[in-house]
Design a protein around this ligand. Structure first.
Ligand code: IPE
Ligand code: IPE
Ligand code: MG
Length: 266
């Protein structure tokens, strides 16, 4: 048959959705390796829907799923989610308990699918401060998915950057005191190796939802040169399209690292 008649594509092609169209515009060669997200706005989402705050947190699980599948589809290797900060312990006890409960239930419900999709689960923060059931469920899930390679999903739990930096300073001081480390040899590498994110690349892109434009004690050392992306979207409404839009914006920026534009484009 003449190639002229060979249909190269179906005549009635499914129209690309807005999300697909955004995804198609992403340059696969310049996808950030590590995306970090401050998932914010669950409480306001609940309020807008006339529900209790915890209902907002429950609906936030959808945002996590969307962010994870979207990141995985475009080839992001590390997704780090700020799920519970050191400061969040000061919330009303009922909300803290409900959040911990939700964490356990979500990990239990999602772990099979995460594992099937080769997601490696990881946690950073003061994990010892979590309730026993949380720690155990998390630990089991982390061990079960340890050999997965498609994407690393890191949950920041009972985490704050200042907590992490103090811990790093103590660890380095102890090593110096014992003679295992020469203080004169301490460099950026030493610091990075004593953080909870040891071995992970720094996030190139940091997203925060809910319209707030602050860092709230998240990854202070690691985001030194991250591109920041803010959206008014509340976390339970976060979809793949928002992630793709953030990555596209990121790809449109010039990362100069202190140099001139001319140097960077040379
Ligand atoms: C983010 O949503 C989830 C956590 C911090 C645990 P919030 O609960 O902070 O929602 P808002 O900011 O009150 O709307
Ligand atoms: C930051 O959100 C912490 C997490 C997303 C887990 P918060 O809602 O706690 O932050 P602030 O208090 O508005 O800065
Ligand atoms: Mg908040």
């Amino acid at each position: 048959m003449s190639p002229f008649f060979a249909p190269s594509r179906p005549i009635l092609e499914k129209p690309a959705t807005h999300t697909d169209a955004l995804k198609a515009r992403i340059d696969p060669a310049r996808v950030p390796q590590h995306v970090a997200i401050i998932m914010d706005g669950n409480g306001r989402w609940a309020e807008q829907h006339g529900e209790e705050r915890i209902v907002g947190h429950m609906n936030g699980v959808r945002g996590v799923r969307e962010a994870l599948t979207g990141a995985s589809e475009i080839g992001v290797k590390h997704l780090t989610l700020y799920a519970f900060s050191t400061e969040n312990w000061h919330r009303p006890p009922a909300e803290v308990d409900a959040l911990m409960d939700l964490l356990v239930r979500t990990v239990v419900n999602e772990i099979d699918e995460l594992h099937q999709n080769s997601v490696r689960l990881h946690a950073i923060g003061d994990i010892a401060s979590l309730p026993g059931a949380c720690r155990d469920t998390l630990q089991q899930a982390i061990e079960r998915t340890a050999a997965n390679t498609r994407i690393a999903l890191t949950l920041a739990l009972s985490y704050s950057a200042r907590w992490e930096l103090v811990r790093m300073a103590k660890a380095i001081a102890e090593e110096a005191k014992s003679g295992a480390l020469d203080p004169a040899a301490i460099d950026e590498r030493t610091v990075a190796d004593h953080l909870t994110t040891r071995g992970m690349p720094d996030p190139e892109l940091l997203i925060r939802t809910s319209g707030e434009q602050r860092i709230s004690n998240f990854l202070l050392w690691q985001i030194a040169y991250a591109e920041l992306w803010f959206t008014p979207v509340l976390w339970p409404d976060f979809r793949k399209e928002h992630l793709f839009q953030a990555v596209l914006d990121y790809q449109g920026r010039e990362r100069r690292f202190g140099m001139t534009s001319q140097q960077v484009s040379a």
